[in-house]
Write a protein that binds this ligand. Sequence first.
Ligand code: UDP
Ligand code: MG
Length: 310
Amino acid sequence: MNTPEVSVIIPVYNEEDGLQALYGRLYPALDALNTSYEVIFVNDGSRDRSAALLREQWEKRPDVTRVILLAANAGQHMAIMAGFEKCRGQIVVTLDADLQNPPEEIGKLVAKMREGYDCVGSIRQNRRDSAFRRYASQAMNRLRERITHIKMTDQGCMLRAYARPLIDAINSCHEVNTFIPALAYTLAQNPTEIEVAHEERHTGESKYSLYSLIRLNFDLMTNFSVVPLQAFSMTGIIISLLSAFFVVFLVIRRLMVGPEAEGMFTLFGIAFFLIGLTLFGVGMLGEYVGRIYQQVRHRPRYIIGAVLER
Ligand code: UDP
Ligand code: MG
């Protein structure tokens, strides 16, 4: 187990109802691979019995199980980072705990990795999420495609495999707010994608509220692109040019037609739009500055409370 071929990293946040079902499918699927493996569960500061259940599982299968207990909720991506820093495998697979990613698909990823790729992404076939989630995620995939140089089909699917050198590269980054699949793609030299099955959440509800989904997408966009900022300078240039033409037009009109005082509400409309745009620009700037601030403070990204391992 010191250097297994495969490490599977699973972030766990309040998943007490689904863990048994996960064990029931995960271990047989890994045994079927006929290779050495380790499973690393990262308890992301769960407030339910998840930590106790993970400890039980570790006591049952200490030969292939390790558990990292984070002291507080650090978020899915930071939990996976904690797993990356502790894992020892040559092929590192990430998986959600809610069985939306079927553990039986790990074999496909491992087989693809053995062909020599350093990053195997995945595309969810028949994605089983709400229509809102599917459309929003399609739109975000398209936006990311346009404003970053990252080419991947389905950024949201966390069932992915990474090679040891790529994991070492990711571990050397120390990014505070990051989006792991995108970070991996920017560092990967030979990535590929495969299609994987997708299931409905086994029990419980998504741990992402609309708010945390928006925050996550800001992490993705701001970490891998400055185009959102540049969009404001470009919009500023265009608006200044248009305003200049408009002033020239008003001067000519003033000389030829005379003074005007109508169109008050049109003016309000335009003014409100521009104020909204300015506020959004300031907010966008804040998104970047806030992240720079968090990064330069050099606080630990997550605190490990305990590690259960032999
Ligand atoms: N998760 C986590 N920390 C969080 C939120 C989620 O470790 O703050 C874990 C969660 O337990 C699950 C995975 O991340 O294993 C994906 O979460 P979820 O299924 O709720 O997200 P969705 O599938 O709705 O995108
Ligand atoms: Mg899920």
